[in-house]
Design a protein around this ligand. Structure first.
Ligand code: SAH
Length: 348
């Protein structure tokens, strides 16, 4: 049975926090299906049928932060650490371009051994050689660094706020505060980046109200990209025994986020694909329009261990992209051949 309340909420252009919480708490199968189909309609209206692939290079797993949930945390002494050189990074960029992917995501832990100049040089080298967009995801750095990297040609920056509840944020991040994180996101916007934020679903103590706040914070920050991905426990962390996130809650969050945020890029994350078989497909059917295939080369890839059981650890990246293409065609959608810039700023 579909309630009249649900029907009226799904027709609204703007949703209140209470209405978002109502959608996240839906439990009837028919009502959840209704939510998913509305999210898919909104996705089609604002993003069309194109799916954007972003090739990710996880170039260092060193991290100075100590986030309680993350396998890269500095206190995790079990994890073998690596750093890729600029030469290795550029070689990997070439593989991504050869797979016809036009966004390069450079991600690492918070590793300050990569200086402002070193990262700027990598960005310039990539931009001189290839017609691609660059997304950085290096954690919190200085405003000066953000500006320099933007001037060198970086287009986007991904820095998830992780959890919009200030008390839980402080509990999970030894040194960091939610307010600082938000300030960094504002600095990145001011520096002219297309900015991505988002949360982790299923962290201990998190409520539906917190998740509603996560979605509303992405709206308030006017994010260009928003990622809602499930918590999966990692060995070597205090959260190793915490239960992994609920698949349905993760997919519902993606759907509600699409309905609320409308013209943002939302990924069907690798974590969702790792949580459940066909997870990325589920995400793409319920509001997501982006997938981020992993190009981190062997032997490094297995050690970018944010959580356990990550998919595609042993695969050849080109074969993975081939599978993704088939999956996307199977959904009746199309892989974009553009750079997939912000839906708010540019026409591709
Ligand atoms: N240093 C960068 C990249 C961090 S790793 C930064 O700070 O932005 C990328 C993302 O992995 C994080 O933003 C976090 O949302 C996610 N992550 C970390 N631990 C996780 C876990 N156990 N389960 C699911 N996602 C996790």
């Amino acid at each position: 049975m579909i309630s009249t309340k649900l029907i009226s909420i799904l027709k609204k252009a703007t949703l209140s926090k209470d209405e978002i919480v109502f959608l996240l708490s839906l439990s009837g199968k028919e009502e959840i299906e209704k939510l998913y189909s509305r999210a898919d309609e909104v996705r089609k209206e604002f993003c069309g049928d194109e799916i954007h692939l972003r090739g990710i290079i996880e170039f260092s797993n060193h991290c100075e932060q100590d986030c309680l949930y993350c396998g890269l945390r500095i206190s995790n002494l079990e994890l073998p650490r690596y750093r890729m050189t600029s030469k290795e990074i550029l070689k990997t960029v070439n593989c991504i371009v050869e797979a016809n992917i036009r966004t390069i995501v450079l991600q690492s832990g918070e590793d300050f051994s990569y200086t402002k100049e070193y990262i700027s040089d990598i960005i310039r080298n990539i931009k001189e050689k290839y017609d691609v967009a660059i997304t950085l995801s290096l954690g919190e750095r200085s405003f000066e660094e953000y500006i320099d990297w933007r001037n060198a040609g970086a287009d986007r920056y991904l820095l998830k706020h992780e959890i919009a509840n200030p008390r839980l944020y402080s509990a999970f991040h030894n040194k960091q505060k939610l307010g600082d994180r938000i300030h960094h996101l504002q600095l990145l916007k001011a520096a002219g980046y297309q900015v991505g934020s988002g949360n982790i679903i299923g962290l201990p103590g998190q409520t539906f109200v917190d998740i509603a706040d996560d979605i509303l914070l992405c709206k308030e920050l006017d994010c260009d990209m928003a990622s809602f991905s499930p918590f999966i426990p990692s060995n070597g962390t205090p959260f190793r025994k915490v239960e992994k996130a609920d698949v349905e809650l993760t997919v519902k969050t993606i759907a509600v986020a699409r309905i609320v945020l409308k013209d943002v890029h939302i990924p069907a994350t690798t974590a969702l694909g790792s949580l459940v078989e066909n997870g990325r497909e589920k995400g793409l059917k319920t509001g997501a329009n982006v997938v981020m295939p992993n190009f981190t080369p062997h032997p490094y890839r297995q050690n970018y261990k944010i959580y356990e059981g990550k998919i595609c650890i042993t695969d050849d990246p080109l074969a993975s992209v081939g599978c993704l293409n088939l999956m996307i065609e199977g959904l009746g959608r199309k892989v974009s051949d553009g750079k997939g810039h912000s839906l708010k700023l540019f026409k591709n």
